[in-house]
Design a protein around this ligand. Sequence first.
Ligand code: SF4
Ligand code: MG
Length: 331
Amino acid sequence: RQPLIALEKVDVHFSVKRGRRGGRAPLVAVDDVSLDVVEGEVLGIVGESGSGKSTLGRTMIGLQSPTAGRVRVGGVELDRRSRKGAEARRFGLQMVFQDPLGSLNPRLTVGRSLAEPLRNARMPRDRVRARTRDLLDDVGLPSNYADRYPHELSGGQQQRVAIARALATDPRAIVFDEAVSALDVSTQAQVVNLLIELREAKKLTYVFISHDIAIVNHISTRIAVMYLGRVVEIGEAAQLNRDGLHPYTVALRSAVPEVDPRLEAERRRILLDGPLPSPVDRPSGCRFHTRCPVAQLGRCSVDDPALLETAPGRWVACHFPGSLRPASGRP
Ligand code: SF4
Ligand code: MG
């Protein structure tokens, strides 16, 4: 199938202040990422905070220009000189952020917040009201919520409104960046289930970005694992769960409790040494070698592994894929 969004060798660099003398250093947020988002899928992007996944998500919809490489939507390259958000509107791409109040104007009622994108899309006034009610209904809120202000809503309700706003103009794809991370666990589950229902009902494509691999596993059909600006593994969600090939994938997965009590009894959490290194000061060779439990330093600290396809649709960037096994003894 034709990819909806295609990234080709995308780099995103920022210049950051470094040290007391105020020198500047390049921060490589996204490093040579090639990735397709296929129509109808939920592509999960997982990694620690600082791995570049938010920047990658913003780049996919033209909110961030790549320093190098290309981003195409439906085969058409995004114009990197266009105004912020213009390409997202032109191509029908939306983004939902962690903080719903960031996308909702506190001085506008929910109804007016939802009407705004509809009016911008030149929907006739008399249809806007009905559409607003439908949108609230889609996200499980009563129609009288149109008259409320964001501060009168709970965090979960605010996020439902932000989702309704993203849905207003019938987008082709929505990028969720830590969209449920600020919610309590039971609200998280409700919102994630709402997203799953909406995707099926409206035939949407999602990119779901989170540091929480349990949630990413639950919602995604395919998962890309990021580490320090690189995609280190991609594959079907079920495969990555069962047998991650990259040691980082296996370590992340080991933090998730097993449903089966026998597997849970055998689960051993693989803890990584130390924090994520700075993207300003990336380790040589394989950038994971400073924390990798199975690194072979002669090779791994020198030689940067490329992302290679090991089976159809399965990509991994490691010299020794599959050498870190989950402890639960599965074959
Ligand atoms: Fe670990 Fe080496 Fe693989 Fe990097 S290349 S993930 S350091 S085994
Ligand atoms: Mg982030």
